[in-house]
Design a protein around this ligand. Structure first.
Ligand code: MN
Length: 147
């Protein structure tokens, strides 16, 4: 642990915690997302991150073997989890099972911020192929969400 036991919170930033770009890989579609790693705890096998999607922004549409446990902290938006789309707001819990397509979109006018718990050791996210996308768009609910 390189930081003090208590790191203060103000305006959705934490002391001694870097504001990072969402992801480094080129060509991954997303819009206006930042990331803060709050706890990197290999002894707990977990990592807790805070993501913030700017108003009208979105996270990448992806799936992977690892699970996500998400707690919305601020704002409102919608999320795709598998075949369903949900409205989400502060303190809602979102459980994203392994190998399930998922994406978060912020509403107009306010950022959507959420905590996300993952395994420290985790597989890389898969992005949908053209075939996957066509299949997803066959579901009107998902098609409407993807826009
Ligand atoms: Mn994910």
């Amino acid at each position: 642990m390189t930081h003090p036991p208590v790191r203060r919170f103000k305006d959705f930033r934490w002391d001694d915690t870097s504001l990072l770009a969402y992801r480094q890989e080129a060509g991954v579609p997303f819009k206006d997302v930042t990331r803060q790693i709050l706890f990197e705890a290999p002894d707990l096998l977990g990592e807790l991150r805070y993501f913030e999607v700017a108003a009208q922004g979105f996270s990448s549409l992806e799936r992977h073997d690892h699970r996500h446990a998400v707690v919305i902290l601020r704002g409102h938006g919608r999320c795709l989890v598998g075949d369903s789309v949900y409205d989400v707001g502060p303190l809602d819990l979102v459980d994203i099972p392994p190998m399930t397509w998922h994406q978060f979109k912020a509403s107009q006018g306010e950022p959507l911020g959420f905590l996300c718990l993952v395994n420290v050791e985790r597989d890389k996210a898969q992005l949908p192929s053209e075939t996957d996308l066509a299949e997803m768009r066959g579901n009107p609910v998902i098609d409407g969400f993807l826009g």
